[in-house]
Design a protein around this ligand. Structure first.
Ligand code: ZN
Length: 120
């Protein structure tokens, strides 16, 4: 990432952290890292709907759990397949506050649970 990209990512991480109240969206503990629901590839991977503030890192805590259990993570909207019709914008996430749909402006609205197999 170049310096401009790095500054953008830091800004987006801060906005996601503020949106999520500085707490892990899964368990509510102090957030430690930022998870990319659809990975870091593709156009604008750091848009807010693609980011979740979580405890741990890629191997520890809920960030580690998300990557260690992909089938559950897809079912809970914490991961979104790169190939397919779903996007982070239209895929609700199961958080500690229930199912939520995130937008790219820092908004989070209550959502209906994702139906089984909708992620397939
Ligand atoms: Zn957590």
């Amino acid at each position: 990432m170049n310096r401009k990209g790095q500054a953008y990512y830091q800004s987006q991480r801060r906005r996601a952290w503020e949106r999520d109240g500085g707490a892990c969206v899964v368990c509510g503990r102090t957030a430690e890292s930022t998870h990319h629901r659809q990975g870091r590839s593709g156009p604008d991977p750091h848009r807010l709907a693609n980011l979740l503030t979580v405890c741990g890192d890629g191997v520890r805590g809920d960030h580690g759990e998300i990557h260690a259990n992909p089938s559950a993570s897809y079912a809970y909207g914490r991961m979104v397949p790169r190939l397919g019709i779903r996007t982070p914008e239209d895929t609700p996430v199961l958080t500690r506050s229930g199912w939520v749909l995130y937008d790219n402006d820092g908004g989070a609205t209550a959502a209906e649970p994702m139906k089984e197999n909708m992620h397939a």
